[in-house]
Design a protein. Structure first.
Length: 149
């Protein structure tokens, strides 16, 4: 990411502000606690403490929670950038460059390279978005566009 944005340090500042939002909101600790509780509950309900079936609710629960945590971190990032006198709209550049980098990698790897991989954009299947930990790029672009107004 540093290489992608070496000439755009404000974008890197936005990425760091986003990560600081995770720290400030204690997302790591909340995820550990939630995973433990969901795992315990699903094991008790399903009566199996070792099966893959008992782990499925944990994975699905974490994906949804992670997307919410990403939205909170994005909101922290937008507020942080505004307080620093930087427009949150610059984060749109992040998603554009990452999409271009993904597209370049997929074209280099071939058209079937992304099959079976979760998509992070709105064009992905519902199953892909169910297992991805981040909101769709387009949703995040709209958020930062709106935050810049």
């Amino acid at each position: 990411m540093v290489e992608l944005f070496e000439t755009e340090p404000d974008v890197l500042s936005g990425v760091l502000a986003h990560e600081l939002g995770h720290v400030q909101q204690r997302h790591g600790m909340r995820i550990v606690l939630q995973a433990s509780l969901i795992g315990l509950l699903s094991s008790v309900v399903l009566g199996d403490f070792s099966s893959l079936l008992a782990a499925a609710p944990v994975v699905l629960g974490q994906a949804s929670y992670s997307r919410d945590a990403e939205r909170e971190a994005d909101a922290f990032c937008a507020a942080f950038l505004k307080a620093a006198g930087i427009s949150p709209a610059l984060m749109i550049r992040l998603f554009e460059k990452l999409a271009a980098a993904r597209g370049a990698k997929e074209s280099k790897d071939g058209p079937d390279a992304s099959k079976g991989r979760a998509s992070s954009d709105a064009s992905g299947s519902w199953l892909g978005i169910a297992f991805t930990s981040h909101p769709a790029d387009q949703e995040r672009i709209e958020f930062f566009r709106s935050a810049a107004r």
